[in-house]
Design a protein around this ligand. Structure first.
Ligand code: SDX
Length: 429
């Protein structure tokens, strides 16, 4: 059996060190013994954007970027998308196992009992400008929830944790719907929890006192699958933010407001909004080649393509593409779909993208479905944040219960000026 260790020779001193290997990693702290002088701080790793740094042990989501594999608690995403529901997947992520019938019934009733928001929060949403971006309203409202539920600060109390989880999963769709209704100048539709998670959300967004109003089951199911696919994705930028803020033992609302802010960025969850604007900008399938040439010249990035982890196809994109086609059969095709299909066809065969292993990611097709469901483009990141709350909460719980974790506090390599004396104003140039 080969030795599970690295033997490192420091050529500055000739010293040899034996560094243990575990899970194909070495502990960064084991490098600190490597010094030139005994009073040196010791060796660190330098890893901007944590491209090659594992910050935790996690049992939640397993991704194999080379083989395009994504599993939640060991279950393949393809099976969950086909056979499960978002609330069941949220239970799986948070509790670590699929619920039995009784557990699922209690879980659904608890979450759906927390769909109303405090009336003061509903009024606060009303104070935003008519053209406020819904992600700005969502982030602010999540932070504001910490003021309505101050007991959430007791992050070590299991009952308190569980109640905030029900509240967040139950209330985020209501906040999102109220933000949307404010934007279009329509009165709020208060939740009808009996409709089910995604049907109730679509109802709150859409209902305008039609006598025989019904949520289309195909639309509710398509959104439920989208929510399953967006629920977690291990240590992405927004989840790492949730863990970073959670590591200071802040309440889950404050941590989640920070995570949602990270998700808002166009390189992360804001990409689905950017994808639609690209497709609208291209306008027609015939205009795709010219646009691709501009991307290849480096004028802009092709939004919805590329991924830090998936060096092959994002498995979620393949599932979403099928959901899109099924939905368009019922709700009619979307002219931008033709542009997206042509863009994907050209990009998948172009050496520029192949050499950089740039394949469509989850955001490439999700935006087209959201548009087909009638959502305005700036609601897209909100539709990413709602289901990702389940993953953020699961990761937050895992962090709190991990004995190895403490407040996150990375180090730096200082490259600024060395010590110098203060200069009086009269002596400054
Ligand atoms: C999500 O982390 C997650 O798991 C995220 C997510 C989740 O579920 O949480 O999966 C959700 O955020 C999906 C990604 C959505 N973002 C986009 O679609 C925005 C467009 N894609 C990129 O900006 C980019 O691909 C990233 C941000 C997704 C990944 O970037 P990396 O890994 O930091 O890669 P890089 O920026 O170092 O680029 C490597 C090369 C560069 O070329 P060179 O300078 O070496 O010549 O690839 C090029 C980049 O210019 N490149 C692209 C490109 N993405 C990378 N060129 C054109 N179009 C692109 N989309």
């Amino acid at each position: 059996m080969s030795k599970q260790s690295l033997t490192i020779t420091d050529n500055r001193t000739g010293q040899i060190y034996e560094i243990p290997i575990e899970n194909d990693t070495v502990r960064a702290m084991d490098l600190r013994q490597i010094r030139v002088h005994p009073d040196d701080f010791g060796m660190m790793t330098y890893d901007p954007a944590y491209s090659n740094t594992a910050v935790c042990r996690s049992a939640i989501t397993d991704i194999d970027g080379e083989r395009g594999i994504l599993r939640y608690r060991g279950y393949p995403i393809e099976q969950l998308a086909e056979k499960s529901t978002f609330l069941e997947v949220a239970y799986l992520l948070i509790h670590g196992a699929l619920p039995n019938q009784a557990q699922l019934a209690v879980w659904i009733s608890r979450v759906m009992r927390h769909t109303y928001i405090h009336e003061n929060l509903a009024h606060a949403i009303n104070t935003f400008r008519y053209d406020a971006h819904p992600m700005g309203m969502l982030i602010s409202s999540i932070a504001a929830m910490s003021t309505f539920h101050p007991e959430a600060k007791n992050v070590d109390d299991p009952q308190v944790r569980e109640k905030q989880i029900w509240r967040i999963l139950g209330k985020l769709p209501t906040i999102a719907a109220f933000a949307y209704r404010l934007r279009i100048g329509r009165p709020y539709n208060y939740p009808i929890s009996a409709l089910g998670y995604t049907a109730n959300f679509l109802y709150m967004l859409d209902y305008m006192n039609e006598r025989d109003y019904e949520v289309r089951p195909e639309a509710a199911r398509a959104l439920d699958v989208l929510f399953i696919l967006h629920a977690d994705h291990e240590q992405n930028c927004s989840t790492s933010t949730m863990r970073m803020v959670g590591s200071s033992r802040a309440d889950p609302y404050s941590a989640m407001a920070a995570a949602a802010a990270a998700l808002y960025g166009p390189l992360h969850g804001g990409a689905n909004e950017a994808v639609l604007r690209v497709l609208q900008n291209i306008g027609s399938a015939s205009a795709v080649p010219a646009y691709v040439e501009r991307v290849k010249k480096g004028e802009m990035r092709l939004m919805g393509f590329g991924h830090r982890i998936y060096t092959s196809y994002d498995p979620r994109a393949a599932i979403i593409k099928k959901v899109a086609h099924d939905l368009f059969e019922v709700m009619g095709t979307n002219p931008l779909t033709e542009v997206a299909i042509e863009l994907e066809r050209i990009a998948l065969n172009d050496e520029f993208f192949i050499s950089r292993r740039l394949y469509p990611n989850i955001d490439f097709y999700s935006g087209i479905i959201m548009q087909a469901l009638g959502f305005p483009v700036d609601m897209f990141p909100v539709l990413f944040a709602i289901p990702r709350a389940a993953g953020w909460l699961a990761q937050w719980l895992e962090l709190l219960d991990d004995a190895e974790q403490r407040i996150a506090r990375p180090r730096q390599v200082y490259v600024g000026p060395s010590v110098r004396d203060y200069v009086r104003m009269a002596e400054r140039r």
